[in-house]
Design a protein around this ligand. Structure first.
Ligand SMILES: Cc1cc2nc3c(=O)[nH]c(=O)nc-3n(C[C@H](O)[C@H](O)[C@H](O)COP(=O)(O)O)c2cc1C
Length: 209
């Protein structure tokens, strides 16, 4: 590639994987977006991050008569969701751990589509009382099934060390804890963005002139 040729920007979909009232997901995703915004590739205009909040997508529980692998979507809500996902080159999935796994809303959103995920790179960030590693492990298997290239390392945020809680409130599940991860976690997200850009470039090797 000579200096006059440029790749089009990689669009990274930042998926907020929870939808309940009072969820911490948007705060976690907001911190990921801020961290990604400081990445040199983002500053250079080589990456854009698109927030995809599953609470706003309002997908029903899967009601398509034909499995997504056939690409025969009968419902408008699925076609709309397909357009959102197809527009992204790579994804960062932000998932809490619910009963050792991912929230149903996230699994449901993945199950609605197939080709739109296939071959695209993905990075995972989990959070939970002990970092949500079991949710991340399940999510890795699910995304592998739809053909995503999931990077080997995931980022974990621990509810009681990567958030600042008002004094004496850690046993209150509705307490407004402020997200405040250790600097190492931001470095891990930065590395994730670097990896996704590299993988996105590899998947789209032809520069635009
Ligand atoms: C239904 C449910 C199940 C949960 N199960 C786990 C669990 O298995 N492991 C864990 O570390 N935390 C668990 N938690 C705590 C969540 O990780 C924590 O509440 C987190 O903030 C949830 O993400 P959200 O606020 O974005 O919904 C659970 C929370 C809910 C609501």
């Amino acid at each position: 590639m000579n200096s006059t040729q440029q790749h089009r920007p990689i669009m990274v979909g930042l998926v907020v994987g929870s939808s309940r009232q009072g969820r911490r997901g948007p705060a976690v995703a907001g911190w990921v977006a801020e961290t990604a915004a400081r990445h040199p590739a983002t500053k250079a205009g080589e990456v854009t991050v698109e927030l995809i909040d599953l609470a706003e997508q309002r997908l029903p529980m899967l009601d398509e008569p034909v499995p997504a692998r056939f690409g025969d979507y009968r419902h408008e809500h699925t076609r709309r969701w397909s357009t959102v996902v197809a527009a992204c080159d790579a994804f960062i999935f932000v998932t809490p751990e619910y009963n050792s796994s991912v929230p149903a809303v996230l699994k449901n959103a993945i199950d609605h589509l197939d080709a739109e995920w296939r071959g695209k790179p993905a990075g995972l960030l989990s959070y939970g009382a002990r970092g949500g590693g079991r949710a991340a492990a399940h999510l890795r298997a699910i995304l592998g099934e739809v053909g995503m290239k999931v990077r080997p390392d995931h980022v974990e945020l621990q509810l009681f060390t990567d958030f600042q809680w008002p004094a004496g409130s850690t046993s209150d599940p509705t307490a407004k804890a402020r997200i405040a991860p250790a600097p190492e976690r931001a470095a891990e997200v930065t590395l994730m963005v670097t990896d996704l850009v590299a993988a996105g470039r590899a998947a789209d090797p032809v520069p635009v002139s």
